[in-house]
Design a protein around this ligand. Structure first.
Ligand SMILES: [Zn+2]
Ligand SMILES: [Zn+2]
Length: 606
């Protein structure tokens, strides 16, 4: 690079656009041509519903790129955020930010709204109303003055919601005296919808002002909030994000600290940016992420000042510190989709659950629910798969997990039923034994002989989609086992079963009268259930309040057909039966509105 080239002003360009892309391939080649010919580096994400671009290069090249993009009708109204800055000097930072190469990728979603493959993103056409930086500022300015007026902008009704991650909010955020700023303290954007679900009562009936770095995250999150319906209509978002706001208010306005950005600049401050964060270790004011220190447990960026930083030392972020103080297990890493693949979930033994119950988190009464896993699962894997459910119900219910009594031998065809078939297709041969947890069942084929962990059995034929119907044996011993569990660990308020666990739970409910005094469940939650051994019972004859959760028609649930779950629900008394049909597959959905319906059902037993 010649000195002349080096001297040419450098810049960073950010823009996104939600629009239906008629020809994705054509758009890919357009970006390849444009970025390569102009020497732009960075990230281009293309999806059927839009583009999200962060690129750096010579200022003149970026301007040229904008001109070409603008000439395409698809990009009408796009807000191009162009900032001049120094060239990347720190290679490590530039590399981490993806600014040492050009990456053009076609993705499902421009930003990952949920790490769960089955949680659908909200419809962007419901996004909150855009407020320009000036409008946003004037709302904040008047918020303080409108305290007593009771108008929709009065500060009691107004909340500020920061849609960004903890490490961003740490170094800079909006602050207006007298106005509450909600900081979800999330590690990644895909955790935001969970926070919204958990805190919906703090948002309902409020006038919600949202902001993020450039605006794209608010588009989706505001649509998600508005999708909650009544009481969630007044959602506004800062158009162009903090970036546009700081351009409009170079002295920072109501924004305090620095704006974290995802390019080599790391953060951008106003003319009088003050340091609002502190070193993780010594608490001195510090906000420089250029050393890229990360939490050893969750990999989130942490701030460690120059004098505290020692090569090779291990840091634990404030969230992980908080969790370990509460005795909760270490959260999964940024890259690990914790609720989908709970690799680090500790084995859930009944005794530790019991311990929690005794030591307790607060004295308030919670429903205790005995949870039965599906076929070829175990307490630990089911606890992992329902971690999100447990979290969302944590104020009203405690889930207790138990292994079924029939141990299965390992087979190394992708699991038959209830298995994580999508997740395990990479295992073509027997996986290493030490990685295998024991797998259990409540009901087994009539000719079943107990397996052991030492056995490996090759699948003896192609997968039989109706195999779940053939496991008609083993009920009596499973029932006896549950009775002893109930005696040791009970009482329980309710029973929850998933798939074959639901078939088992339904049988327990069906035999309710016989079990009086030994096991009393006030309600049952049957997820992706089906009937086994219910022939002697009539429709509507099982007298136990029940919640049935299963995938809607069209084979949403590829393992248990909708009809089989619907049929099971028919056996329960009509008046106290609630059915939730969802858009997901063989899972228990925990997003809104399903989670609200589940809570509603449980409310009546509190
Ligand atoms: Zn320090
Ligand atoms: Zn951490």
């Amino acid at each position: 690079m010649s000195d002349l080239e080096r001297a040419e002003p450098y810049g960073v360009l950010l823009y996104y656009k939600y629009a239906s892309v008629p020809d994705l391939d054509e758009l890919v080649s357009f970006y390849e041509r444009s970025c390569n010919s102009l020497g732009l580096l960075g990230r281009v994400r293309l999806a059927a519903h839009g583009v999200n671009v962060t690129v750096g290069g010579k200022l003149s090249a970026l301007e040229e790129h904008i001109d070409v993009v603008k000439s395409n009708a698809l990009f009408e109204g796009t807000d191009f955020k162009l900032a001049s800055c120094d060239q990347p000097l720190n290679d490590k930072v530039a590399k981490e930010c993806g600014f040492t190469s050009l990456s053009i990728r076609v993705v499902e979603e421009l930003v990952t709204f949920s790490s769960h493959p089955l949680v659908r993103s909200p419809d962007i056409s419901f996004a909150g109303r855009h407020l320009s930086a000036l409008e946003f500022h004037s709302v904040l300015q008047s918020a303080g003055k409108l305290l007593d007026e009771g108008s929709p902008t009065s500060s009691e009704r107004l909340v500020l919601l920061d849609a960004r991650n903890l490490y961003e909010t740490r170094i800079g955020k909006f602050h207006t005296p007298g106005l509450e700023t909600l900081d979800p303290q999330i590690r990644q954007y895909s955790d935001l919808h969970d926070w919204i679900d958990d805190n919906s009562e703090r948002l309902q009936g409020k006038c919600i002002l949202m902001y993020c770095t450039g605006g794209i995250r608010c588009e989706m999150a505001s649509a998600y909030i508005k999708g909650k319906g009544s009481g969630f209509e007044n959602v506004y978002q800062l158009y162009g994000g903090i970036q546009r706001y700081l351009e409009q208010f170079p002295d920072g306005g109501f924004f305090k600290g620095k704006n974290f950005v995802f390019d080599h600049r790391i953060s951008v401050g106003s003319s009088n940016a003050n340091v609002i964060s502190t070193c993780l270790l010594c608490s001195c004011p510090f906000d420089d992420y250029s050393t890229r220190c990360r939490c050893a447990s969750c990999r989130m960026l942490v701030l460690v000042c120059d004098s505290c930083r020692v090569e090779g030392s291990i840091y634990t972020c404030e969230l992980c510190q908080k969790h370990s103080k509460c005795g909760l297990s270490t959260p999964a890493t940024e890259n690990c989709k914790s609720e989908v693949l709970p690799r680090e979930i500790k084995l859930s033994t009944l005794s530790s659950e019991r311990q929690e119950k005794i030591t307790g988190f607060g004295a308030s009464r919670k429903l205790r629910i005995l949870c039965l896993h599906g076929f070829r699962q175990n307490a630990s894997s089911f606890k992992g798969r329902t971690a999100s459910l447990a979290k969302k119900l944590r104020n009203i219910a405690e889930l207790v997990f138990v292994d079924a009594p029939h141990e299965l031998c390992f087979i190394f065809q992708p699991p038959v039923i209830d298995g994580h078939s999508e997740l395990s297709t990479e295992h073509r041969g027997p996986p290493p034994k030490e990685k295998c947890k024991k797998k259990f069942a409540w009901l087994v084929p009539p000719d079943f002989t107990a397996g052991s962990e030492a056995d490996w059995k090759e699948a003896d034929g192609p997968f039989d989609p109706l195999q779940y119907q053939q496991q008609t044996g083993g009920f009596d011993s499973s029932l006896a086992y549950l009775k002893s569990m109930y005696l040791q660990e009970g009482p329980f308020d309710g029973i929850l079963g998933f798939s074959q666990g639901a078939a088992m739970a339904a049988l327990v409910c069906a035999h309710k009268d016989k079990l009086k005094g030994e096991m009393n469940f006030r309600f049952a939650i049957l997820c992706s259930g089906f009937t086994l051994n219910l022939a002697e019972f009539e429709h509507g004859s099982i007298n136990c309040p029940s919640l049935h959760i299963f995938g809607r028609d069209h084979g949403r649930d590829r393992q248990i057909p909708n009809k089989a779950s619907a049929d099971l629900s028919e056996y329960f008394e009509n008046g106290s039966r609630v059915v939730i049909q969802h858009d997901s597959g063989h899972i228990i959905p925990t997003r809104s509105p399903y989670i609200d319906e589940i809570k509603n059902f449980l409310q009546q037993f509190l």
